[in-house]
Write a protein of this length. Structure first.
Length: 355
């Protein structure tokens, strides 16, 4: 097959735009030889359990799935009865970007709470944590947070523990959407376990796709009593891969060594380089009219641009509007973002804002 795309094109739209990390691609090829038992009875999926045990401790179970929406919907579904509800931030991926799948496929109600920085607090949770025993209200039984959040902010380990303690005190469980959990660990300089299992998280969606995998995430059950029926619901939610070894091999390639951390550190560093260069340009006057709407704590930069600049800039570098009504945009960096990509982007931003 001929290459159909321009391999020189770079962008800042999403860490999903990047390709597969070469070490992950090699792992897929190595897993491809010979035959292995299907539907997760292969040696790679068996070894993956040991890898997740290394990171999160004894007694955890990992369920590889195809994608993040599948991980969130299936994981949350396993934590809830039919009458259950999930409290989340309004910006949460489960609330905004999953096409209604949590409610349509998962069958549970979402109770979304507005936040300025994408983060929940015990006080914000309490806005929807009420009505237990009221037959007219979906019962709030799970709190779901995202780490790092959809606006690039981070929860500290202490903040997550406070949420877990608060949820558990009210008979609720804590779920984490960890599509970019590696970026969070890199930014916090903490082991994955320190702000998940040790902080009281019950179930985790562990992301691989945004950090160098071709596809594949895992539902990681950190508290065995918090989830039920995943071996069945993964199948009827169409998330059971027949050739599961290829998902597991990717996650092994990321997690058995430090590739997951190296990739995340690099994408975080590129976001810091991007923000730092824009800030320097604003101080020097080579960039005008740009402001930032969120702190840059992981691999995303959120900015507000002068009128008309976003569409002109997008003609060379693809990225997404976050809130078009106020010219807010999102710039994402990936494991393969290069310093030269950042520098070229900032140079074009400079040209457009000073023209």
């Amino acid at each position: 097959m001929s290459i159909l795309h321009d391999t020189a094109v770079r962008g800042f739209a999403s860490d999903n735009y990047s390709g597969i990390h070469p070490e992950v691609l090699q792992a897929i090829a190595q897993a491809n030889e010979g035959h292995q038992i299907a539907y997760g009875e292969d040696v790679y999926t068996e070894h993956l359990q040991q890898v997740f045990t290394k990171h999160f401790g004894e007694g955890v179970t990992a369920f590889p799935v195809f994608n993040g929406t599948g991980a969130n919907v299936t994981g949350l579904q396993s934590m809830l009865p039919r009458w259950g509800a999930v409290i989340s931030a309004t910006t949460a991926h489960i609330n905004v970007d999953e096409g209604g799948a949590p409610e349509r496929i998962g069958g549970f109600k979402l109770l979304a709470v507005p936040t300025d920085d994408g983060k929940l607090t015990p006080e914000l949770v309490d806005r929807e944590a009420w009505g237990w025993g009221d037959e007219h209200r979906a019962q709030p039984l799970v709190v779901s947070i995202t780490q790092s959040t959809e606006v690039g902010t981070l929860y500290t380990a202490e903040e997550i523990k406070a949420l877990a303690d608060h949820a558990h005190e009210h008979g609720m469980k804590l779920h984490v959407d960890g599509a970019r959990i590696s970026n969070a660990a890199a930014a916090l300089n903490l082991p994955l376990r320190a702000f998940t299992r040790d902080a009281g998280v019950d179930v985790l969606s562990f992301g691989g796709t945004k950090n160098g995998a071709m596809l594949g995430e895992a539902i990681v059950v950190l508290n065995p009593s918090a989830a039920d029926g995943l071996i069945y619901s993964r199948k009827f939610n169409m998330q059971l891969s027949s050739k599961m070894r290829f998902i597991s091999a990717q996650l092994i390639a990321l997690l058995d060594g430090d590739l997951w951390l190296r990739n995340a550190q690099h994408s975080n560093a590129m976001a810091q380089r991007l923000r730092g260069a824009v800030e320097a340009g604003l101080r020097e006057g080579s960039i005008r009219g740009v402001s930032f709407s969120q702190p840059t704590q992981s691999n995303g930069v959120f900015a507000i641009l002068p009128d008309g600049v976003a569409d002109q800039l997008r003609s060379k570098f693809r990225f997404y509007d976050w809130d078009a009504s106020r010219n807010e945009v999102r710039w994402m960096c990936s494991f393969d973002t290069q310093e030269s990509d950042v520098d070229a982007f900032v140079a074009e931003l400079s040209r457009l804002t000073t023209a």
